[in-house]
Design a protein around this ligand. Sequence first.
Ligand code: ADP
Length: 460
Amino acid sequence: MLKRVLVANRGEVALRVMAACRELDVETVAVCSTADRRALHAQAADRAVCIGPAPAERSYLDVAAIIEAARLSGADAVHPGYGFLAESADLAEACAARGIVFVGPPPAVLRLFGDKVAARAAMRRAGLPVLPGAEVSVESPAAVHDAAQSLGYPVIVKARGGGGGRGMRIVPDAASLEPAWRTAQREAQSAFGDSRLYLERYLAAARHIEFQVLVDGAGTSLSLGERECTIQRRHQKLLEESPSPAVDEPTRRDLGARIARAARAVGYRNAGTFEFLRDEGGAFHFIEVNARLQVEHPVTEMVTGVDIVKEQLRIAAGQELPGGGASAPRGHAIECRVNAEHPETFRPSPGTIAAFTLQGGTGPGVRIDTDLRAGGVVTPHYDSLVAKVVAHGRDRGEAIARMRRALTMTVIAGIDTTIPLHLRILSDPDFLAGRVSTDFLERFASGSRAAAGLPAGRGG
Ligand code: ADP
């Protein structure tokens, strides 16, 4: 097994990785910025190394600083969590050059899936149904118009090196194409340092459904089923569940097997998520791969009983997966992302936590992953996710009831959070019936604004 793992992240995911390390008797090293010296993750590790000032570019995103911290602390592996450098081929390569194990896929796989155009082409070759799009990098305005025309409007403009829902614009008609292209280009350049874009057919009323797979060093895979992540704000997930109400067992098995084959075809290793949009007719269309642990992995853990982070560490240490194949879901799990944000405008709400209680975790079936504590500070420097409340039940109804219990019994004072929004979603008739699509929250928010006498269309 590994001896000492450096966790190149912060917040709840850093604690999550450390929890898995503790169970495996692996020592932990935290890294922190100067803004995080008093953060829980820095205190929870066996030792902590301060790697730079608050701006992420100079700390959590600084490959050289992470490698230096690993060297100084004698870590034999680096787990990147999600976000920050989780999909950085540069970090994976720098680790390899130093003889440090990177807990994730090999650099070549990270490079492939970091380029969404290349990823689409590779997955089509590997036999997955890829959403129609323009795979060539379209640069001239005339070529962009031609490509959009042949796809048919509406189309969506996306960043080739994108992530986190940024650098994305829906284009309803030809007249809107050029301004949308220019805005997306600017956004992509500032967010990813890469202004290259591509086009996809825009699927209205789609569901976002993704499949979790594990692959060990020998190429043996384990399919852990799907997650439904259709409830989103600004193309970012807010509430996730497993299994999806829209996937039956034959579809799960069939797609799971095809994905496992595609993963093996490109030399995939460790944990990965293959994301699809499901159209109104029930067809699945591949959009991208997330070559890392995902925020919403707990719902899969709840229904499969597999500890995904421990499996990541075991695979990285060269251990083999038991048997391989697929794991059928038991019961139903839901995750609500608690963000430090205003629940209607989504404006960030940093501040000091005046009070914090975890009584929502009282009773069976609830898990709360968080680095919050009373007196702790939510800084404005990083992602607004502060807690994940996960509920498991025998069926979807029981999971929803447990989630409502957990959220109403959890108190977070001093900052705004998305909890009130989650409670409204959890009692919405369409949500309860499983009738959802990625524009759910826009309709929902404008409805509630109209009811409250507010103008529609802000936030959403
Ligand atoms: P990112 O990597 O930035 O998260 P994704 O490609 O995963 O981008 O897409 C994020 C979300 O954006 C999807 O879940 C969906 O809601 C929306 N989206 C992306 N592509 C399309 C598309 N072609 N049609 C409709 N919605 C899309």
